[in-house]
Write a protein that binds this ligand. Structure first.
Ligand code: IMP
Length: 179
């Protein structure tokens, strides 16, 4: 099965979960332009449709985002842009003085089976920390608290509970059912 991403951290996590399901993942390290959209589903479907014009074999892509509840779900579908511009430091600053810290990561997979596109989702709830903590993971991991550790402090344990793990479980089980 082909997984298209230019994010090495994502590929590594996907490959590890795939191993549990005895599914072989091939990495197509390719950057593609992400269209704008109001939801991760809309963005993932648009991207997959575009890629399916060129790539004829089955593939999947994954699009994720961080949704902060007191900021009405910001940055959500704009997570990548916000990470590149203000980053983890900027999010902590934005949240200064805000007591309610609830947030979730959501991951959406768009799977092209050779003829149509299907989507799956996975969510993990946590909180935005008050400082950057931990050296593992990538992206917003150092500010996402799951219990009393950030994802960046959890090492491979992140892979047991993350939004990516949850969406992949749904996706891989559906593949196994069809096989
Ligand atoms: P995308 O799915 O690659 O568009 O990711 C959107 C943004 O969310 C990027 O800035 C990623 O670094 C960040 N992101 C995606 N997944 C995770 C994760 O598992 N942990 C932390 N940040 C993530």
């Amino acid at each position: 099965m082909l997984f298209i991403t230019s994010n090495k951290g994502k590929f590594k996590e996907v490959k590890e979960v795939a191993k549990i399901f005895s599914i072989e993942i091939e990495w197509l390290n390719r950057e593609y332009e992400e269209p704008q959209g109001e939801s991760l589903e809309e963005i993932a479907i648009k991207s997959a449709k575009k890629l399916a014009k060129e790539i004829k074999e089955p593939f999947f892509i994954e699009d994720s985002g961080l949704f902060i509840e007191s900021l009405n779900g910001f940055p959500g579908p704009y997570s990548s842009y916000v990470f590149k511009t203000i980053g983890n430091k900027g999010i902590i600053k934005l949240m200064e003085g805000i007591e309610s810290r609830g947030a979730y990561f959501k991951a959406v997979i768009a799977f092209f089976d050779g003829s149509e596109i299907k989507t799956f989702d996975g969510i993990v709830y946590g909180e935005i920390s008050r400082e950057i903590r931990g050296g593992g993971g990538f992206g917003f991991d150092p500010i996402f608290l799951y219990g009393n550790r950030t994802f960046a402090e959890m090492g491979d344990e992140k892979n047991l509970v993350s939004h990516r793990r949850r969406v992949l479980e749904k996706f891989f089980s559906s593949l196994k059912k069809q096989a």
